[in-house]
Design a protein around this ligand. Structure first.
Ligand code: UDX
Length: 449
């Protein structure tokens, strides 16, 4: 076996494509595997099928190095790889809150028959605790090499928009293993990353599976906590923005993930907390994480409350009113609209009879596909033309940079809902705008942000 293991990455979606590209750039021979021929063709020709800053350049570099190739053949993957990373999606099931493990199971059952020598298979997908042990047994039973095939778990914590950095320089690596050999193989498969003194936590399989959902649950809890405080602020006239800043000075609390507003969305946090609550119930410990249902509820209420604010600014009825929706992606620097709070709010306003015009710097194509009923503009100013209310739904930097006076000149009525606490209220009020944000008094004394 070579000193540097040859890697396959099964599943070339967001996580897998990023992992394959970064590992090839770091010097490994990598084979990306997917059942989707369209994705494989795009990646092979140098096209990243989603928006991620920095990744297209790295894909070009990796392809030019000759160290990265893509295939749809599991036989080729089995023959090529020493370490196989499973990076397929685990979406929420259509019929329940549980994670859908169809793709993980399919990846393992397709690969296993081609494993005829000592091999390590590494799960990276987010799965319900207990899945790894089941997959390990499945692998052993299906692989010609039997017990020589081991399974490890290496959860992935990358954030969209920062995927390259998070992969090249993660906060930590978690290696869930059942043998010393597996640990050493994983260390070899991450050698260039480990060389940067990235801490490694070696655990058993089930702890590694849990780290991921525990981390995402904590992050979701932090966001919903401050949004719960926003609800209390609204009832008292207090200002959640100032409250969050004051809390953040306490190093034990910290300011990150304490930004109030429209709440969390995306392909991970919402479905992960639901799947975790569901799994805990199956295990008979549902009560221990019952609070996650509350976290989800607080998060959903933020969307409804944002709609309410827009209605309020439209004097109680949005029917026939023109609403400029700034943002569609679930967060900035992403074109991902999965469970996007922004589009949820825009679509709800449309259903209530408003004439909604959306602009997003990256997610227009995806938004149009899923919400063809909405109107789309070519810029923020274009969206705001003749608007009765402007509502900021995704905190792209270019929205922060909008000149309030320039936008005031094109709207019908200068009223703005800042759904992400991204703007400086004093600037907007000075330019004649009625500024509103969740959890902030309607007329802020000093107007500072
Ligand atoms: C998340 C985790 O951060 C990452 O570690 C995991 O691997 C996948 O899930 P991601 O979905 O890319 O990553 O988005 P993240 O940056 O975590 O933001 C999640 C959502 O929370 C966004 O909708 C964002 O707008 C919202 N958010 C974030 C807030 O509302 N307030 C905050 O303070 C922070």
């Amino acid at each position: 076996m070579p000193a540097s293991p040859r890697l396959t990455v099964i599943g070339t979606g967001y996580l897998g494509a990023t992992h394959a590209i970064c590992m090839a750039v770091l010097g490994f021979e990598v084979l990306g595997v997917d059942v989707d021929t369209d994705k494989i063709e795009k990646l092979s020709s140098g096209e990243v099928p989603f928006f991620e800053p920095g990744l297209p350049e790295l894909l070009t570099k990796a392809l030019e190095s000759g160290r990265l190739r893509f295939t749809t053949s599991f036989a080729e993957a089995g023959a090529f790889g020493d370490v196989h990373f499973v990076c397929v999606g685990t979406p929420q099931r259509a019929d329940s809150e549980a994670a859908d493990l169809t793709y993980v199971d399919a990846a393992v059952t397709s690969l296993a028959p081609h494993l005829d020598r000592r091999t390590l298979v590494v799960g990276k997908s987010t799965v319900p605790v207990g899945t790894a042990a089941r997959l390990a047994a499945l692998l052993r039973s299906l692989a010609p090499a039997g017990d020589e095939v081991e399974l490890a778990w290496n959860p992935e914590f990358l954030r969209e928009g920062f995927a390259v950095d998070d992969t090249m320089r993660p906060d930590r690596l978690v290696f869930g293993v059942t043998s010393e050999w597996a640990e050493q193989r994983l260390r070899a498969a991450f050698q260039p990353v480990l060389a940067q003194d990235v801490p490694v936590k070696v655990t058993d399989l089930q702890t590694a599976e849990l780290v991921k959902v525990a981390a995402n649950s904590f992050l979701a809890t932090k966001i919903s906590y401050i949004n719960a405080m926003a609800e209390v602020c609204e009832a008292t006239g207090a200002d959640v923005h100032d409250l969050a800043e004051a809390l953040a000075y306490d190093e034990r609390i910290g300011g990150r993930f304490l930004r109030p507003g429209l709440g969390f969305g995306g392909g991970c946090l919402p479905k992960d907390i639901r799947a975790f609550a569901h799994r805990a119930e199956e295990l008979g410990v549902g009560q221990a994480v019952g609070f996650l249902r509350e976290i989800d509820g607080i998060n959903r209420r933020r969307r409804a409350r944002t709609v309410d604010l827009v209605v309020e600014l439209c004097d109680g009825d949005v029917a026939g009113k023109r609403i400029a929706a700034l943002g569609a992606a679930f967060k900035p620097n992403s074109d991902d609209i999965r469970d996007a709070p922004a589009l949820d709010v825009a679509a709800t306003l449309h259903r209530m009879g408003a004439d909604v015009v959306v602009f997003d710097p990256a997610a227009m194509e995806n938004a149009r596909r899923v919400h063809p009923e909405l109107a789309y503009a070519t810029s923020a100013l274009d969206a705001a033309r003749d608007a009765d209310v402007v509502v900021l739904l995704t905190e792209w930097n270019e929205f922060r940079d909008i000149e309030p006076a320039a936008m005031a000149a094109v709207v019908r009525r200068a009223k703005i809902v800042d759904g992400r606490h991204a703007l400086v209220p004093a600037h907007w009020r000075a330019a004649g705008w009625e500024y509103r944000a969740l959890g902030r008094p309607s007329l802020h004394g000093t107007g500072h942000a």
